[in-house]
Design a protein. Structure first.
Lengths: 411, 437
């Protein structure tokens, strides 16, 4: 059972790398001259926030289920994590601003692009540090600088940036076709091919660096499940290139994501069963009750989340959330002036000069709940009467609000 | 135990990040409900004005949410970066709260995308429905975070072995905690007060300067009504919260009141200064503290001296913050009652009340932060009350000063950006049908 949350974490990292990674990559492409920035922004508008939450998911599951490892990681690797955090602030701010402003556009966009490079690089170095066992157990027990500034870590960081750019190019090409900005497709196709080649070369170079400077990791990646994952990555990478070459972008999107997922799977397989040097996943895991609580909440959360995410991406990919396209495409349905199913619930439907009968009854209700709530909260002690009191007060608040919030219909 | 020199900086950094994030949380709690109310009115009456209002507000909501995502992410980094030992020893008990909060955050992020980008794209009914999860997630998200804070103030649900939590029962620790509910309801009402008064303060300012069209009056009515129903009730909820503190955290209560020694029939002091032994230069009201805290004018109230000096929080900070919160809260409650009274009698807003509302917006934020200072500084020197000291939880990485300075600069930039953004929003002209009236 100690492994189950680790599977959640790896799934979360994969989702973050595949979804938010593409968002970062889109930001990186805005640095390259000739990029249609409007398109980039359009391509990620509605999903940016949802993509981003995966990182928070990873962090919270990690600190709940593997607290000792988490404390060691964040203290030793505080510098790259801080850099990532600052990058995320810049990015979020730039994102919030960019859709709204007309002046200062260049500054905001450069900030956006810069942070799009900084964050994946910093997070990549963190993975590199973990994979090479440079984070010992303890409060800042590892070296604050060399733990993440070493050949493998830096290479992982660069690789994270390259993969992000590659994913983004493939996604953007698919997206350009979808929103029928077809004139962009050939240029984006070339970019996807080039960045795919760069990412591939970097991945091979990375393996060579690992071989010379991180023997245990090399061994993990070249045997057993690690080897399988490396092969999956290679096959998926080549397949993506072929699909992009033939302009089959929809499928290329999936195989590009698979290639990235395989890298993360390979890392996990190579490191198994160790989380940190001398600390296995089983040893690092929190107690049984905690693990069960997390598994239950992730399961329950998935029941809510999966349909919600499905709805979001279905609407997004079908262009139902597009801003830029012409409004004629989706006609506004006429508003129903009076909905019979709800009209009876409103006390304020009729504008009245003085207090109408429903208003008087509303005030009476509010007065009763106010007195009951206050008495229960102030003069009783059991927890359940306090709860009831709070409910009374909230009911009172809602009642009065619906009474007063509708402005003078006469105005 | 040696205290790292940068402990204070680490605490200030955490405090800075929380102070930036908490007002945004208020918008997460209250704003979706107000927007949905406006949209519901538009669906029911077919009045285009409500739709315009909901639509314009939803853009502000998205921008504030985007900033809230950022500051929230920083917090989730920081909790680990600054207090790794706390994570390491107690993460198994309280982490569940943050995991559940993560899911709320997720739901909020998904539906906010659908809601804000879905105007005119999905049917009105479906669009309205897509807003409901945002409101629910705003409420549950803050609830889960508060459950962690309540646990830090009243830790239960684990066995302490060698300074580390074992045999953790996270559900019971977080949600069967008697301290949790009063703290949460208090914050929930605060969300409506802060969000309502901040919005109302902008429209009241416009009202004074002659912007009194139907759109502006509707916006003012909804935001000010929400704040006004919450602010008087908050006084009752606050009393509940204070009595929970009196029971579970007597030292915090003593710090809030500046009570040096355990006293029967303790007096309440308004204003004044705690000089280390007693409150001087304050207005003394005999026996009121005993009456308020235990509903008995002769009740015994524990003083600061029940614990050694090293275990006492900084009294004047806590006391000043508490009095600020109570003072502003009372004022806001009064504004609320006056507004509701005038409103029910269908009277126009007098200019002096408009000025009061303009001031109420920023004041409500001050009260909010003061409230959090009261509960957080009042818990010092503990991070987990009576179990783990803050100094024992802090990171061993010596990068705090640099990161603190970086973060200050970055937040300053963020504040400027948000202000600029909201100003830009407010200057977008209204569609013609909404501007007259």
């Amino acid at each position: 059972m100690a492994d189950v949350p680790m599977i959640f974490i790896l799934a979360g990292i994969t989702a973050y790398a595949v979804l938010a990674g593409a968002d970062f990559g889109a930001g990186i492409w805005t640095l390259v001259p000739g990029t249609d920035r409007e398109h980039v922004r359009h391509a990620m508008g509605p999903v940016w926030e949802a993509n981003h939450v995966w990182l928070i998911f990873v962090l919270v599951v990690a600190w709940t289920c593997y607290p000792v490892a988490y404390g060691s990681i964040v203290s030793t690797l505080s510098v790259p994590l801080l850099i990532a955090a600052v990058g995320i602030i810049f990015r979020g701010t730039a994102y919030a601003l960019r859709n709204q402003i007309s002046s200062g556009v260049r500054l905001v966009e450069n900030l956006f692009a810069l942070s799009s490079v900084l964050t994946p690089f910093a997070l990549g170095t963190v993975i590199g540090a973990l994979a090479t066992g440079r984070v010992p157990v303890g409060n800042a027990a590892g070296n604050l600088v060399t733990s993440w500034l070493n050949p493998v870590s830096v290479l992982t960081g660069v690789l994270a940036v390259a993969f992000s750019g590659y994913l983004a190019a493939v996604y953007l090409a698919a997206d350009a076709r979808r929103i029928s900005e077809r004139h962009e497709v050939p240029a984006l196709r070339i970019r996807a091919l080039l960045s795919g080649a760069v990412a591939g070369v970097l991945a091979i170079a990375g393996l060579l660096v690992v071989r010379s400077s991180a023997a245990p990791l090399w061994h993990g990646l070249t045997s057993g499940a690690g080897l399988v994952m490396v092969c999956v990555c290679a096959v998926a990478g080549v397949a993506t290139m072929a699909l992009v070459w033939r302009s089959v972008f929809g499928l290329a999107r999936a195989s590009a994501a698979l290639a990235v997922a395989a890298v993360i799977g390979g890392w996990a397989a190579a490191q198994r069963p160790y989380l940190l040097p001398g600390l296995t996943v089983a040893q690092a895991a929190a107690g049984r009750a905690t693990l069960i609580a997390i598994i239950i909440s992730v399961g329950a959360g998935a029941v809510v989340l999966i349909p919600s995410l499905f709805l979001l991406y279905a609407l997004f990919l079908r262009g139902r959330l597009d801003v830029a396209s012409d409004p004629e495409a989706a006609p506004v349905r006429p508003l129903a002036p009076h909905d019979p199913s709800t009209s009876s619930t409103s006390p304020t439907s009729s504008a009245s000069p003085a207090l109408s009968a429903p208003a008087v009854s509303a005030i009476a209700f509010a007065a009763v709940t106010l007195v009951a709530g206050s008495v229960l909260l102030v003069f009783t002690d059991p927890a359940w009467t306090h709860g009831l009191g709070a409910v009374c007060l909230i009911a009172c608040a809602i009642r009065v609000f619906t009474l007063v919030a509708t402005p003078d219909e006469s105005g | 135990m040696s205290t790292p020199q940068y402990l204070l900086q680490a605490r200030q950094m955490q405090a800075l990040s929380l102070s930036v994030h908490i007002p945004l949380v208020c918008f997460g709690i209250a704003f979706p409900a107000m927007i949905l109310f406006a949209e519901w009115r538009s669906l029911r009456t077919g009045d285009e004005l409500y739709r315009t209002l909901a639509r314009r507000w939803s853009k502000i909501m998205l921008a504030l949410f985007a900033v809230g995502v950022v500051t929230g992410t920083i917090l989730s980094f920081e909790l680990g970066l600054l207090w790794p030992v706390w994570m390491q020893d107690f993460g198994n008990v309280f982490g569940l709260g943050f995991t559940l909060e993560g899911f709320s955050f997720f739901v909020e992020a998904i539906f906010i995308g659908i809601y804000v980008y879905g105007w005119d794209r999905i049917s009105p009914r479906l669009h309205f429905l897509s807003g409901i999860p945002i409101a629910v997630a705003g409420i549950t998200g803050s609830m889960f975070v508060i459950s962690v804070n309540a646990w830090m103030n009243h830790p239960t649900g684990f066995t302490l072995v060698g300074g580390r939590a074992t045999n953790a029962h996270p559900w019971a620790a977080l949600f069967a905690n008697p301290f949790f509910w009063s703290e949460y309801v208090h914050m929930y009402f605060a969300g409506y007060i802060v969000c309502g008064f901040l919005l109302a303060s902008v429209y009241a300012w416009g009202y004074l300067r002659g912007r009194r069209g139907r759109y502006e009056r509707t916006a003012l009515a909804i935001s000010l009504s929400a704040a006004s129903v919450a602010s008087p009730l908050q006084i009752v909820v606050g009393d509940w919260a204070a009595r929970d503190v009196a029971q579970s955290q007597p030292v915090k209560l003593a710090a809030m009141e500046g009570l040096a020694h355990t006293t029967r029939g303790a007096a309440e002091h308004l204003l004044g200064w705690y000089n280390g032994h007693a409150v001087v230069w304050g207005i003394e009201i005999p026996r009121l503290l005993s009456l308020l805290a235990f509903h008995n004018p002769n009740a015994v109230v524990k003083g600061l001296d029940i614990v050694p000096l090293a275990d006492q929080p900084p009294v004047n900070v806590v006391r000043f913050a508490f009095q600020t919160m109570v003072g502003i809260g009372t004022l806001l409650g009064l504004i609320g009652v006056i507004y509701l009274f005038l409103r029910l009698r269908r009277k126009e807003l007098p200019a002096w009340l408009c000025w009061a509302v303009v001031a109420a917006g920023p004041l409500s934020v001050v009260a909010l932060i003061a409230g959090w200072i009261t509960t957080e500084v009042g818990r010092q020197p503990w991070i987990v009350y009576n179990v783990m000291r803050v100094s024992a939880a802090v990171t061993g990485a010596h990068v705090i000063p640099v990161s603190y300075a970086t973060l200050c600069v970055v937040y300053l930039g963020l504040a400027v950006a948000v202000f600029w953004l909201l100003r830009t929003f407010s200057r977008v002209p209204l569609p013609p049908e909404a501007s007259h009236g």
